[in-house]
Structures are given as structure tokens and as C-alpha cells.
Design a protein around this ligand. Structure first.
Ligand code: SF4
Ligand code: SF4
Length: 515
């Protein structure tokens, strides 16, 4: 039995999970229209690969890009593209983004799958299939899986960690997936082992999910894997964070500014694993995901496997509608790290693990002010990243961004533990998010201006070089001409033609003056 390690801080929170676990894994019906944002991952923007009026089939690529950090978007069903324009999307700022709109035809006709001979595929070919399927981390990070695998393969992986922890309140999509699709997760673990060749594999599940642990253990018995252990871990928030999980399982601390695979560990969420199995075994791209619909303002909470692009209003309808009234709050994610949505027409995307439908009065509204920090250090005690949240707060508030980086702002996982315990009710995480986004914007602007300066300097150098080359060419020509005119038998040097022209102009001017 693996010896587990403690993490610093963390909180024991009310789970609010039982409500959405009553009805098993439900299949969502198709809505009339799907709204697919072009970018549903961390990384570069996709470009549309289909046109308005075009009929598309389920699984067809409709947006992609050749950039390294990118994940294609596929049509989740068959239909006709009726628009490519801005619509509300799931984003903390409530912004709109370019979406491809598909009018669903109801046939659900798919492109012909090309089934690969998995036994004879190289690790690189398997990664290529995962790339083609547009798979991203479904635990919340939405980082494209194929570049992560490629880097892990190059760097060498000692320990593979399958993350079934799902520690945030209200979210149960991974729990239900493990209960009902455990075999897919286990088979993906086998594929990942063949790609990364780790020495050890841990499948970590919080000990408040006994049904998921049992289902995964049974699936592992049916599909045995070498050096693979199902590891129940204590229920504490945020033990599902990558760095925290690494520490619990191995006792290793991922250094500041690094990621788990920099120290030979590779973490993969269980939902991502199921998507990998479908991509490799059925040539099925990522076109759906399990979404928890829950909260105190939804009639029948549950988990639905929904096609990407499905408007949240459609899932609310499937869940029996609003329990109280439709004026409540919608939050994507859980109660600690989730963010408010602008409305119920926002579509489900690859990152949508949970939609909380809450009554107005349940969500504490910000009074718009907070008390001053009393330096009680409670935030420091609970910070799982071992940061100094009050110092970060002072510097973020003063917009002293260099100082925030000295205090490792970018190691903050935005878990919200510090805000939760702060007696002065300071919305600490909001300060950190604002600081991070301003720093990123400044870095982006700096990158652009550096790029423009480099281009300018390069152009200047190029022009200078051309000038020098032209001058050199003229000099050589002059010399050659002079040599020709001083050949034996033709000793009288011919006048320099340019000088001769200048002399003629001078003479004409003189004549004109004399007249
Ligand atoms: S918990 Fe709040 S009041 Fe206490 S030190 Fe941290 S920021 Fe200040
Ligand atoms: S939000 Fe950031 S600073 Fe606050 S407890 Fe979590 S990791 Fe620490």
C-alpha cells in the first residue's frame, strides 16, 4: 500500500455532490442548433475549415490550425453551417467569441471512421491520432493533450498519475464517468503506458467516491495493467490540483515555475482518458463530454453526456427546468473556482465540467467593499501552494506586478482557499486574477513591440547591406573601366564618364553666364 504524504493547507468543504449522483449517466438529446467556439483550448486560435451553407457530418473538422499548441474542433453531429459569427461564450469576462453555428439535421450521420491497428502503432503515431481528435485536458486546464504527451515522451516519465480526484464541491462528472465508463479509463491508462513507458502508475481517487473506486478496481481486474495501483486519497480540497496530487502521492514538490513533467511525472484526468480511448479505438474525435447540471435552482440535478456546442438552456430543460425562477445565477465550474456566465444561451465547450444553477440569494453578492487586512495569516495557513497570499494581495492591489512575481503569483492555482477563510472578506483571488491578466497583457504587448523592433532593425541592416553592396559594385565597375582605358597601346586614360558629364554641365552653365 502506497504511503501518502500531506499537503500544506487546504480545506474540508461541504461536497454538495449527492444531489447530482442520483440518476446515473444520462444522454442529452440534440438541440436544434449547436454553437461551436473556434477556440476551446489554451493556445492559438483555430481558423474555420468549413463555410456557411456547407453540410457537415459528425466528426468532420470544422476549425483547426497548424500551430503546435492547438486543438481542432469537430462537428458534433450532422447538419448545415448557418453562421460563423460572434456569440456569448463561457468566459469570466462575459465576452463573445467567434462561433460556428450548425443547424442540426437530426440524422447524426458521421464521417466514415478509419480504424487503426493499435498493436502496431508507434507511440508517435498514437500521439498523432490523439492530436487529430482535438483532445484537450478535460479536468479544467484544456491544454492540448498531444503536445503534452510529446513533451512527456521526450523528457522521460517515471510516474503516470491518472487523476480521478475531483475535489471541488458540486462537480460529479468524473465520479459518474468512472462509475459508468471505468473500462475506457483503464484502457486509456494502458495506451498512455505504452506511449510514455512509466515505471509506476497511480490511479488516484478521493475516498469519498467508493462506487467509483469499486468500478475502477473491477475494470482493472478485467484489463490488468503492470505496476498500476488504484490509490484512494483523503478528501480534502484542493487535492486534485496537479502539484498537490503529485505531493500527496510521491512526496515530491514541483519546483516554482515548473510543471509535473519537468520532474518526471505525468498527470492525466479521467475524462481525458476516456476521450483518448474513443479516439484510438473508434477514430472518434472529442465531440461530447459529461457535464454536471446541479445547484439549488435546478429541478432534477444530474450528469449528462452532451454534445459540445449545446446551449446550457437545452440542458436546463432536460434537467426539469428551474426549481424556483429563471432570474438566478449560472456558474461554470464548482463553487470555489467557477465563474459566472452571462446567460443560459452560452454553449457547452470542452472545459464545461459543471454548470451550477443557483438561486439569487444563495450566491453572496459582493458588497463592493471589504475590510482592511488585519494580518491574521489565516490565508497563509490554508494556501496549498505555500504562497504568502496577503503579500500577493498588497502588491497586486498596488499594481506592483514585479513584486507579485517575486512572490510567485503564477504558482497560485486560484483555488480560493485564502478568500474563503479571510475574515476581512477580501476577494483575494480576484486581485490575483486581475494581476495575472494585466501581466500577461503587458507581456503580450512587450512581445509584439520586441518583435516589431527586431523586424525594424533587421530591415535597417538589410538596407544598409544593400547600400554597401551597391557602392562596392559601382567601385568595381569604375576600377574595371579605368583598367580597360589604361591598356598598353591605349595609354591615354579615358575620362571618367560621370566626371565628363559633370564637366559638360559645368561648361554649359559657364557659357550661359557669358552670354
Ligand atoms: S486572511 Fe485576510 S485579513 Fe488575514 S492576513 Fe490574509 S488577507 Fe489579511
Ligand atoms: S488562491 Fe492562490 S494564494 Fe489563495 S490559497 Fe489558493 S493558491 Fe494560495
Amino acid at each position: 500500500m502506497l504511503k501518502l504524504h500531506n499537503i500544506h493547507g487546504g480545506l474540508r468543504l461541504e461536497g454538495h455532490k449527492a444531489e447530482s449522483l442520483q440518476r446515473g449517466l444520462l444522454q442529452a438529446t440534440l438541440p436544434e442548433r449547436l454553437f461551436l467556439p473556434l477556440r476551446q483550448h489554451i493556445g492559438d486560435h483555430n481558423k474555420p475549415q468549413a463555410e456557411i451553407g456547407e453540410r457537415v457530418l459528425k466528426g468532420q473538422v470544422i476549425a483547426s490550425d497548424s500551430a503546435l499548441i492547438c486543438a481542432a474542433v469537430h462537428a458534433p453531429t450532422s447538419g448545415t453551417i448557418s453562421a460563423i459569427e460572434n456569440y456569448p461564450v463561457a468566459h469570466p469576462s462575459g465576452k463573445t467569441d467567434t462561433c460556428i453555428v450548425i443547424d442540426v439535421d437530426g440524422d447524426d450521420k458521421a464521417v466514415e471512421p478509419i480504424l487503426a491497428d493499435l498493436e502496431n502503432l508507434t507511440p508517435g503515431e498514437k500521439i498523432e491520432l490523439i492530436c487529430r481528435a482535438g483532445i484537450v485536458g478535460l479536468g479544467g486546464a484544456v491544454f492540448p493533450t498531444s503536445p503534452k504527451l510529446s513533451r512527456g515522451k521526450v523528457q522521460g516519465i517515471d510516474t503516470l498519475i491518472i487523476n480521478g480526484v475531483e475535489c471541488e464541491p458540486y462537480i460529479t462528472c468524473d465520479d459518474i464517468l468512472m462509475r459508468f465508463n471505468a473500462a475506457e479509463v483503464i484502457r486509456a491508462t494502458g495506451y498512455l503506458q505504452r506511449i510514455l513507458a512509466p515505471r509506476t502508475t497511480y490511479i488516484a481517487i478521493e475516498d469519498n467516491k467508493p462506487e467509483a473506486i469499486a468500478a475502477m478496481a473491477q475494470a482493472l481486474t478485467q484489463h490488468p495493467l503492470q505496476n498500476t495501483e488504484i490509490t484512494p486519497i483523503p478528501t480534502i480540497y484542493p487535492s486534485g490540483g496537479e502539484k498537490q496530487l503529485v505531493q500527496i502521492l510521491t512526496g515530491k514538490e514541483v519546483p516554482h515555475g515548473q510543471l509535473a513533467f519537468d520532474i518526471g511525472l505525468f498527470c492525466q484526468n479521467v475524462g481525458t482518458c476516456a476521450a483518448i480511448t474513443r479516439a484510438l479505438e473508434k477514430d472518434e474525435p472529442l465531440i461530447s463530454r459529461v457535464v454536471t447540471i446541479t445547484g439549488d435552482n435546478i429541478a432534477q440535478p444530474g450528469n449528462w453526456e452532451a454534445r459540445l456546442g449545446t446551449p446550457i438552456s437545452h440542458l436546463i430543460e432536460l434537467a426539469g427546468g428551474y426549481r424556483h425562477d429563471a432570474s438566478g445565477h449560472l456558474v461554470m465550474g464548482g463553487s470555489m473556482m467557477g465563474f459566472a456566465l452571462s446567460g443560459n444561451e452560452v454553449p457547452i465547450v470542452k472545459a464545461s465540467n459543471c454548470i451550477m444553477v443557483m438561486r439569487e440569494e444563495t450566491i453572496p453578492t459582493s458588497p463592493g467593499y471589504h475590510d482592511e487586512c488585519i494580518r491574521c495569516s489565516k490565508c497563509t495557513e490554508v494556501c496549498p501552494a505555500q504562497l504568502l497570499p496577503q503579500q500577493l494581495y498588497w502588491h497586486a492591489r498596488a499594481r506592483a506586478y514585479e513584486r507579485t512575481q517575486e512572490f510567485h503569483l503564477f504558482d497560485c492555482i486560484e483555488c480560493g482557499c485564502c478568500s474563503t477563510v479571510c475574515p476581512s472578506r477580501i476577494p483575494l483571488v480576484q486581485y490575483y486574477r486581475a494581476a495575472k491578466s494585466e501581466i500577461r497583457a503587458a507581456q503580450k504587448a512587450q512581445f509584439k513591440s520586441d518583435h516589431a523592433r527586431l523586424r525594424f532593425e533587421f530591415r535597417e541592416k538589410r538596407l544598409q547591406l544593400k547600400k554597401q553592396q551597391d557602392e562596392e559594385r559601382r567601385r568595381l565597375k569604375r576600377e574595371a573601366l579605368q583598367k580597360k582605358n589604361t591598356r598598353p597601346g591605349n595609354e591615354k586614360p579615358m575620362a571618367d564618364p560621370v566626371q565628363a558629364a559633370l564637366d559638360r554641365v559645368k561648361a554649359r552653365k559657364k557659357l550661359a553666364q557669358e552670354d
